[in-house]
Design a protein around this ligand. Structure first.
Ligand code: ZN
Length: 72
């Protein structure tokens, strides 16, 4: 299930920091967490599974970058 930006329609997101304010907490009750559009920086909410998938992808990219810099 893909998510897309409600502003620009872009499909790529990164995880956003959770903030303890009412708008974020009400989303958390719906099992949704904040993400940010990589194109226009719009902040939106997505399912926990989608959020974790984005976080895993970011970690994998980071690891790949570290390996490349140590071997060269
Ligand atoms: Zn966007």
């Amino acid at each position: 299930m893909a998510i897309y930006c409600c502003v620009c329609g872009f499909l790529k997101f990164r995880t956003s920091r959770f903030r303890f304010r009412s708008s974020d907490l009400s989303q958390l009750l719906l099992m949704r967490l904040p993400v940010r559009c990589l194109n226009c920086d719009e902040r939106t909410f997505t399912s926990v599974s989608q959020f974790l998938r984005l976080r895993r992808m970011r970690k994998a990219r980071h690891r790949e970058h570290q390996q490349r810099s140590t071997t060269s």
